[in-house]
Design a binder for this molecule. Structure first.
Ligand SMILES: *Cc1c(COP(=O)(O)O)cnc(C)c1O
Length: 450
């Protein structure tokens, strides 16, 4: 038998996402062989506790037997079919199951296969909606500072993280950005208890200046994930919703990271008790099984596209794998389990335990500025100086070094810069949480001392 060095072969061919490939020479990718529950196993049988749900999408652990069976069953029935002029039961069933779980009023579903595409779809939908309702001057979009909505050009244009967008600016749309939501380093020096969303004035100014030419504002509800798991008050969303209504601007709710129980609610916008005009979801939708995303909207928006063929009002937007039946089957199975097992309610109890344990283990560490949390998500802000909140010099790559140490100890963390975070499957048990906190604490101590 030919003996293959998989790491060498990997380096020959594969351009991995979101990393400097030169780093792979000192820290080669783990060759995953199989996975089960909370663990990924490499080709040598070493285990890795997956505390980041494999890029935030795995909801019920890896290789859940029930979801596996649902996908296998679907595979023998119908693997894929063109979604124009064809439909199928798994897709229809999925919509029927989601409607009661969504904010009331959202009931028209557009299918695609990844989060960025769902955002692109939402942007085009909003633009065309105005175009077809006598508001064709509304051509621009608004977004918040440090927002992240994906990495295709349209989605990048409504994001504001320089890390992803800076060099592509000449290719991008001219989006209106407004500041806000840095609650850890609040420019108004408010705390979570004294906050009255003072930073909202920046949104008000943006609407005063550009509200009439804006088609939609897009927002990550409650949780700005890629910005470093920033968490902000629901009041901000209520006020934004109010402003949108006053100015006739559509509200696009990007639930791709926050949806499916991550913040304790099925959809994070529920914290604010409002209904957006368009909602995007993906990551948790199939429990981390298959790529699928939905852009969901109201009857009012749908109706602006509904007319005789010759009026050319149709939404001419498609993706080859839209409505893939295997992905629908996975999503249906995941939703069934979430509901039957009352997973969100159980996760809420675990969330308290996990946060308290992390606070006890690391809360008083001199280099941990805060441990913010919502649902099972916990984010540790690493700082050089806890009092002044001064960050570490980014060149030192403290987060990356802790990540490496954690991997050596069998814990998958993958921090965002100097923000370490946990975003585990909702089904994590007590023992595994304890192990994760112990391994994480040890990795922090390895790099920063006690
Ligand atoms: C991950 C993410 C996206 C992009 O989804 P992809 O499937 O990676 O294209 C968009 N918005 C948010 C909030 C996300 O977390």
């Amino acid at each position: 038998m030919e003996l293959i060095n998989w790491n060498e072969e990997d380096q020959k061919y594969i351009w991995h996402p979101a990393q400097q490939m030169k780093d792979a020479e000192v820290f080669p990718p783990i060759i995953a062989d199989h996975a089960s529950g909370m663990y990924i196993y490499d080709t040598e049988g070493r285990e890795y506790l997956d505390m980041i749900s494999s890029w935030w999408c795995n909801l019920l652990g890896h290789c859940n037997p029930e979801v596996n069976d649902a996908v296998k069953h679907q595979l023998d029935q119908l693997e894929h079919v063109i979604f124009a002029n064809f439909s199928h039961k798994p897709a229809i069933e999925l919509c029927r199951m989601l409607i009661p779980l969504l904010p009331q009023g959202l009931r028209r579903f557009n299918f695609c296969d990844n989060g960025s595409s769902a955002v692109e779809c939402a942007l085009k939908m909003a633009f065309q909606y105005h175009y077809q309702t006598g508001q064709s001057q509304r051509q621009r979009f608004m977004c918040l500072s440090e927002s992240y909505h994906g990495e295709t050009i349209g989605a990048l244009s409504v994001g504001s993280m320089d890390l992803y967008a800076k060099i592509y600016k000449p290719m991008m749309m001219n989006t209106i950005h407004f500041d806000g939501l840095d609650c850890y380093r609040c420019p108004y020096e408010k705390t979570r208890t004294s906050c009255h969303c003072e930073c909202f004035e920046s949104a008000e100014k943006a609407f005063q200046a550009f509200g009439k030419e804006t088609a939609a504002v897009i927002v990550e509800p409650i949780l700005q994930g890629a910005a470093g798991m920033r968490i902000y008050p629901a009041e901000y969303l209520r006020r934004l919703h109010h402003l949108c209504q006053a100015y006739g601007v559509l509200l696009i709710d990007d639930e791709i990271a926050a949806g499916f129980g991550r913040t304790g609610k099925m959809f994070a916008i529920e914290h604010a008790g409002i209904c957006p005009d368009i909602l995007c979801t993906s990551k948790g939708l199939t429990g981390g099984y298959l790529p699928m995303a939905l852009t969901i909207t109201t009857e009012k928006i749908y109706q602006a596209f509904y007319d005789e063929y010759g009026t050319h009002k149709a939404f001419v937007h498609s993706h080859t794998y839209a409505g893939n039946p295997l992905a629908c089957a996975a999503a249906l199975s995941v939703l069934t389990i979430l509901q039957r097992e009352d997973i969100l309610k159980k996760a809420a109890k675990k969330a308290i335990y996990l946060h308290n344990m992390l606070e006890d283990a690391l809360g008083s560490h001199q280099n941990i500025g805060e441990i913010r949390h919502i649902g099972l998500i916990n984010a540790l802000e690493l700082v050089k100086n806890k009092k002044t909140k001064q960050p570490f010099d980014a060149q030192r790559r403290i987060g990356w070094h802790i990540f490496r140490k954690a991997m050596d100890r069998g814990l998958v963390l993958r921090p965002i810069g100097d923000v370490l975070y946990f975003n585990p499957p909702l089904t994590i048990d007590t023992e595994t949480m304890e192990l994760a906190v112990a391994r994480c604490t040890a990795a922090v101590h390895d790099v920063l001392g006690r």
